[in-house]
Design a protein around this ligand. Sequence first.
Ligand code: 13P
Length: 253
Amino acid sequence: MHPKRKPIIAGNWKMNMTAVDAVDLVRKLSYSIVNVKDREIVVAPPFTSLAAVEEAIRDTNIALAAQNMHWVDKGAFTGEISADMLLDSGCKYVIIGHSERRQFFGETDETVNKKIKQALKKGLLPIMCVGETLAEREAGKLDEIISRQITGGLKEISADDMKKVVIAYEPVWAIGTGKTATPEQANEVHALIRGKVKSLYNADVAEGLRIQYGGSVTPENVSQLMAKPDIDGALVGGASLKPDSFAALVNFK
Ligand code: 13P
């Protein structure tokens, strides 16, 4: 955490929660974090709950994110959701290129890049996910993979636009496995990402960039992670599905 950057704690609910459950969760969450001003709080429900959650969090300190979107304005793309639809549902952020989308739905650095450009063009703030698999890490390819994802995902994004992007480092081996990267391991990659962004842009953009860590973050380990200088937030799956543990994440020390 760095004094210049506002921490951002986001819950990625993945394919969980009906609208009723989602509204119940954000209502309970909003009561327990009502006074929090020094950190940004974001929830990313499934598309089907966005409208209901938007209504429930209106006039609270919680912002809305979507988990994915298409890069085209509109048209014959059955099953897809456009940026305008997300704006219409009250989204401020959109998660792009989550490893589950890369792994199971064929997303590549190229499609990630198209989606980021579209999000920025439409006024949505992208949370771009990057991260290596265990096999890639063990083969000594960590730097190569992260650099490729950063360079490819951010291709032709201007420095001004880059100031609106959040990056989430989520090592694939730490997602939903209970195996968190150690604060040192995570910070090392965050510093690598910041260095890469500095070389692609400039020191100002790199210093302002918020980088979240994701992968088995819990109320028990969040404070040690957030104590590291290059870790500016968390993107949380499992532990964001219960109001008490989500509130505890937001209230990290
Ligand atoms: P878990 O917190 O369940 O490991 O999921 C992390 C994640 O993928 C958030 O996007």
